[in-house]
Structure formats: structure tokens, C-alpha cells
Ligand binder design. Structure first.
Ligand code: HEM
Length: 458
């Protein structure tokens, strides 16, 4: 008698026998998958660590614990410009990957005009209403056109006094709170309070009053919690537990609370319809024509606030930390600002564009502390595609992780050093010095790049 039949036979109940059989089948199928992933998978010749080529679990674990971007950067140092970070998943630091993965495509079926976002990452919860981040190609372009009015230069100029009001309040509050420079303040929180107040006003027509209350609004605290929760849900889905995720989400309370706050704020905003020319008005005007549901409006308002606030606050926090640890660069920046304006009133959205050194500092801060470190995962369309000069089969997850791209020694001279001067060179001179300036794409590229980049970085 074989070992398996001995195991199943001797003095065991039917239930125990079935459980053992199921375990054996599971183990055999897992081993088969691992062997396939390592030796027969179309990506088998791409470099990467064996464990990550064999199974999705190690990457999922790193993602859930928030360490994957830092880990993948180290893998690029070891394995080069393309690394197989999961059985079906490639990460790139080759600059050509920006265009190949995220760029515009011309011709073909409309759904083929761009490499779609991978649902595992972009639409982890299936029955949630779509937002601009998840809409299909055609709906996305329509929606984006409607939004773009609120992001135009003329709209920005109209919004300027309102934005200025919050910046003035930030400066006043800092003076009040810092006890003449003796008291330490958590600038990351202050920047978040400011950007959430601004974007809250730009989208919902109401401030979160963080700067007035010197504290986070409960909505923001709930959002921060739900972002971490969301990463765990993505990791579980990636590991093959997508169905479990749908159930967990159904009963999870923190995201329910966030959605309720959003609905309340949207109700207040809808009462102002037609009276404001802000980021959301363009979409509201199309509400009836496109039959946009309240839930869809709410999902988009939520994304706009989140996309515009925390990202900008992270950039400012990074820039502040870098400037404070490099007094010589800070002094040069002070000199530029103070010699460019006679009074604070001369500082406007337009006039700051002449501050070349400040813009270089912001670029360097975005390079060293990209607010979106990773997670912009796309899926290779039918028929496969060339990425960075090599064929990738259909269905593969592909991505550029900003943290890896921006810290690659193939792209930057001394990638870990804070050197704003590298952005003052012409692209040719910079390339000679070892800096490929256009590998910095903090706002991504192509049809789904950041619509708010002028707000995030003039
Ligand atoms: C430093 C600040 C910012 C950074 C680094 C940043 C970065 C990005 C990136 C990388 C994307 C692409 C996401 C994807 O492919 O899924 C994106 C999209 C987007 N961002 Fe920003 N962003 C910033 C500021 C803002 C601001 C201030 C707003 C609005 C007030 C905004 C609104 C959006 C929206 C609506 C999208 C989705 C665009 C689309 O799918 O068509 N962002 N951003």
C-alpha cells in the first residue's frame, strides 16, 4: 500500500481523511506552481530573488508592512534596471519604462490606447463606485476634461486669494506657536493641516479648520488609518485572497466612517452648486448629462482631497528637512527669495516661477522624497508588449517605483545626496554629469498623470 493510502486508511474518520487529502492536494499544487514559476514561467529569465520569483507571498508581506519600496530599491541595486519582484510582476528603473508603461498610445482599440491599471491595486474593492483613478479609458478622458477647467491657469489665479489666506494663517500660527524659535513644532503636521484646509476649501467649499484648531480633523485621521488598512487589503488580494478582502471590507468600520464624513461634506458642497468656481464645479456641471450618482461624486471628491493634500505636505516636509540639514543651501535660497521680492505682497503663483533655485530645490526634494513612492502598477495588454527594449507577455504586472528610479545610480550622480544644482544644468550638461533629469516623474506621465501638478509644484 502507498504511503498516502496508509495515511488515509488507518483508523481515521471520513472528515479527517478528507482534510488530509485536501492538505496533500494543496501542498502538491503549491509545489507545482512554485516549480512552474521558477522554471517554466515566461518571465523565468528576468533577474530577481528566488523567493520572489517563486511566490507572491514575500512581496505581499513587504507591501502590507510598508517596506516594499525600500526593499525593491535594494533589489535594483543588486539585480539591475529590471527586477522580477513577484512571479508575474516586474519593476523598472530603466527610464524608457516611463513611456512604455504610462505613456500615450496612438491608434488601436480605445481600451488598448493605454496600459490599464491593474485592478488588484486600483480597484481592490470591486463594488465601490469608480473615481477618476479607476475609470476606464473613455470615461476617464471625459471626466478629466470636465475637471481640467478647475485646474486651468485662469482658475488658479481666481483661487489664489483663497489659497493665500491659508498660507498667511499658517505663517501667523507658526509665529504664535513657536515661542520665538524656542519651541519645536511638527512641521509635517502643520503642512498637512494647511494642505487639507486648502484642498477641502477647493473641493468641498469648506475648510477642515485644522490650522484654526491646531489639530487634525477626525475625517483626516480616519483617512490616514484607512490608507494603511487599504495597503493590507491590496496585499491580501495580491496573495490570492481577494474574496476575503470583499468580506472584510463589507464589515470594516473605519472606511465606512470616512465615507459618511465625505457624504456630509458633499451634501454641503452641492448646496453651493453654481456659486463657486473651484476644482469640483466642472464635474458638477456635467452631473445630469452624465447621470453621475451621489456616490460617484463622493468617491471623486474624496480622491481629489487626498490626492492634493498629503502629497503636497510630504513634498514640503521633505524640502524643509533637507534645507534644515543643509544650511548653505538654505542661505542661498533665502538670498534668492529676498532679492526677488520687495514685499510679501509681490509673491504670487505667477511670480514664484522666476525662483529658479527654489524650483530646483523642490525638484530635488521630490526626487529624494517622492510622495508616491510606488504602487502605480499597470497590466500588460493582450499580445504582450516591449518594455525597456524587451518583450513582456500579456497579463504581467509592470511598474516604475519612484523610490527606486530616483535613487538609482544609473540615473543619478550620488543619488542619495541633496544637490539641487543638478536641476539647474541643461539636460545635456546634466546627462554628462551623470544625471538623467527626465527620469524624475514625480507626477507620473501620460494620460493619467497628475492633473494637479501646478498646485503641487509650480
Ligand atoms: C507634490 C504634489 C503631488 C504629487 C507628487 C502628485 C503625484 C501624482 C501622481 C504620481 C499621480 C498619478 C497617479 C496614478 O497613476 O494613479 C497623480 C494623479 C492625480 N493627482 Fe496628483 N500629485 C500631487 C499634487 C496634486 C494636487 C495638488 C492635486 C489636486 C488638487 C492632485 C490631484 C490629482 C488627481 C485628481 C490625479 C488623478 C489624475 C487622473 O487619473 O487623471 N495632485 N498625482
Amino acid at each position: 500500500m502507498s504511503r498516502l493510502s496508509e495515511l488515509l486508511d488507518v483508523g481515521k474518520s471520513n472528515t479527517a481523511k478528507y482534510a488530509i487529502l485536501a492538505a496533500v492536494v494543496l501542498i502538491i499544487s503549491e509545489i507545482t506552481i512554485i516549480v512552474y514559476n521558477l522554471y517554466f514561467h515566461p518571465l523565468r529569465d528576468y533577474p530577481g530573488p528566488t523567493l520572489y520569483k517563486a511566490s507572491r507571498l514575500p512581496w505581499a508581506f513587504k507591501f502590507a508592512t510598508g517596506s516594499q519600496a525600500f526593499f525593491v530599491q535594494k533589489l535594483h541595486d543588486e539585480y539591475g534596471p529590471v527586477v522580477r519582484i513577484g512571479p508575474n510582476h516586474l519593476s523598472y528603473t530603466d527610464p524608457r519604462a516611463w513611456k512604455d508603461i504610462y505613456g500615450h498610445r496612438i491608434g488601436g482599440e480605445s481600451s488598448m490606447n493605454e496600459m490599464s491599471k491593474a485592478h488588484t491595486f486600483a480597484k481592490t474593492i470591486r463594488n465601490r463606485p469608480d473615481s477618476i483613478l479607476t475609470l476606464n479609458r473613455d470615461d476617464h478622458s471625459k471626466f478629466r476634461r470636465a475637471l481640467s477647467h478647475g485646474f486651468s491657469d485662469s482658475a488658479m489665479r481666481e483661487q489664489e486669494p483663497m489659497i493665500g489666506k491659508y498660507v498667511d494663517l499658517l505663517i501667523r500660527r507658526l509665529h504664535e506657536e513657536c515661542e520665538n524659535g524656542k519651541k519645536k513644532l511638527n512641521m509635517e503636521a502643520w503642512y498637512n493641516w494647511t494642505t487639507f484646509d486648502v484642498v477641502g476649501d477647493l473641493v468641498f467649499g469648506q475648510s477642515f479648520h485644522c490650522l484654526e484648531n491646531i489639530d487634525y480633523h477626525p475625517w483626516i485621521e480616519t483617512i490616514f488609518k484607512s490608507v494603511h488598512f487599504g495597503a493590507i487589503m491590496v496585499a491580501l488580494t495580491y496573495a490570492g485572497l481577494g474574496e476575503l478582502v470583499q468580506i472584510i471590507f463589507k464589515f470594516g468600520s473605519s472606511s465606512k466612517k470616512a465615507r459618511q464624513y465625505t457624504r456630509d461634506m458633499l451634501t454641503t458642497r452641492l448646496a453651493m452648486e453654481g456659486k463657486r468656481d473651484d476644482l469640483f464645479e466642472g464635474v458638477l456641471k456635467k452631473r445630469e448629462e452624465w447621470n453621475l450618482s451621489f456616490d460617484m461624486l463622493s468617491a471623486n471628491a474624496f480622491i481629489l482631497v487626498l490626492a492634493g493634500s498629503e502629497t503636497t505636505a510630504t513634498t514640503l516636509s521633505g524640502a524643509t528637512a533637507l534645507l534644515l540639514s543643509h544650511p548653505d543651501i538654505l542661505a542661498k535660497l533665502q538670498q534668492e527669495v529676498r532679492s526677488s521680492f520687495k514685499s510679501a505682497d509681490d509673491i504670487t503663483i505667477t511670480s514664484v516661477n522666476k525662483l529658479c533655485y527654489m524650483l530646483a530645490i523642490l525638484n530635488e526634494a521630490l526626487r529624494l522624497y517622492p510622495p508616491i513612492t510606488s504602487g502605480l502598477v499597470r497590466i500588460v495588454p493582450r499580445g504582450g508588449q516591449q518594455v525597456a527594449g524587451r518583450y513582456v507577455p500579456e497579463g504581467t504586472f509592470v511598474e516604475v517605483q519612484q523610490w527606486s528610479m530616483n535613487h538609482s545610480k544609473d540615473n543619478w550622480k550620488d543619488p542619495w545626496e541633496f544637490r539641487p544644482g543638478r536641476f539647474l544644468d541643461t539636460p545635456e550638461a546634466a546627462a554628462k554629469a551623470g544625471n538623467k533629469l527626465d527620469t524624475l516623474q514625480a507626477f507620473s506621465t501620460g494620460p493619467r498623470n497628475c492633473i494637479g501638478r501646478k498646485y503641487g509644484n509650480p
